[in-house]
Design a protein around this ligand. Structure first.
Ligand SMILES: C[S@@+](CC[C@H](N)C(=O)[O-])C[C@H]1O[C@@H](n2cnc3c(N)ncnc32)[C@H](O)[C@@H]1O
Length: 255
């Protein structure tokens, strides 16, 4: 079976929050909250995952819908949603972002945080998703995209211990052993992950792979235009700094 960008996320779910607390953290959350306040709802988050963005943003709009293909990621988000009492504001749907199951012009804002469009591994998948977003977005509505640009520049390495730490509130020690492979012809970066959990004298290893496709800003902008969007801004960080090729993140807002 060919690799698909949605592969691997079910197995990653138990480790996603643990790893992201050590990487992106909540750095991008104020940007998404401010945008949601400015643009207003109803809003849709593509690839809402465990709710890192969805939960804080749900407090800022009258209605937020999150869609994700991974049942284990959504299960975590459901638990977080009920802990925070967000049940009536945050609606969750298990589905694929290439085929959005919503009526035309349903949303004022569509958010694609933290490289979710990079989980679309070929042009056809990106084209289908952009078309689907165009359809569900209201005229004049905003489509905001955060891309992780440096993936294609990562050095390849094999079986490196890239992170280690305790699970919050438990004695379990987690180690991430990672292999990075690049496929420049297809603009793909593959992460082969091994999460090793140790508790007492027992150890369990969870293995899976995640793949991402990284386009340049110019290529992404061209695809947005072809799908009927106008690119309004491209920033190089979450505070709105000017974009440059080495920027740590690329934040594109289109209408
Ligand atoms: C990088 S995580 C982002 C999660 C969350 N938005 C955040 O910022 O923490 C990407 C999410 O997209 C989901 N995903 C990947 N490909 C998908 C697809 N084709 N359709 C729906 N969800 C997808 C994965 O299951 C995962 O939860």
């Amino acid at each position: 079976m060919p690799i698909e960008g949605w592969h691997g996320w079910d197995d990653y779910a138990p480790f996603y929050d643990w790893e992201n607390a050590r990487t992106v953290g909540r750095r991008d959350v104020p940007f998404w909250r401010a945008l949601a306040v400015e643009v207003g709802g109803p809003a849709l988050e593509l690839g809402c995952g465990t709710g890192r963005i969805a939960c804080p943003v749900a407090a800022d709009v009258d209605r937020l819908v999150g869609i994700d293909r991974s049942a284990p990621m959504l299960a975590r988000l459901r638990r977080r949603r009920s802990r925070r009492g967000l049940g009536s504001r945050l609606h969750l749907i298990r589905g694929d972002i290439r085929f959005l199951p919503f009526a035309p012009s349903s949303f004022q804002l569509v958010m694609a945080p933290y490289g979710v469009l990079q989980s679309l591994l070929c042009d056809r998948d990106l084209r289908e998703t952009l078309r689907a977003v165009r359809t569900v977005l209201r005229p004049g509505g905003h489509f905001a995209i955060d891309l992780v640009p440096d993936l294609k520049n990562w050095r390849e390495y094999e079986q490196r211990v890239s992170m280690r730490g305790r699970r919050r509130g438990s004695q379990t020690q987690v180690t991430l052993v990672e292999t990075v492979r690049q496929d420049p012809d297809r603009r793909l970066t593959h992460f082969d992950q091994e999460f090793v959990e140790r508790r007492d004298w027992r150890s369990t290893t969870h293995r899976f792979s995640l793949s991402f496709r990284t386009l340049s800003v110019r290529q992404m902008a061209a695809r947005l235009r072809r799908a009927g969007f106008a690119v309004r801004s491209v920033a190089g960080d979450y505070q709105g700094a000017a974009w440059h090729p080495d920027a740590e993140t690329w934040v594109v807002v289109a209408t």
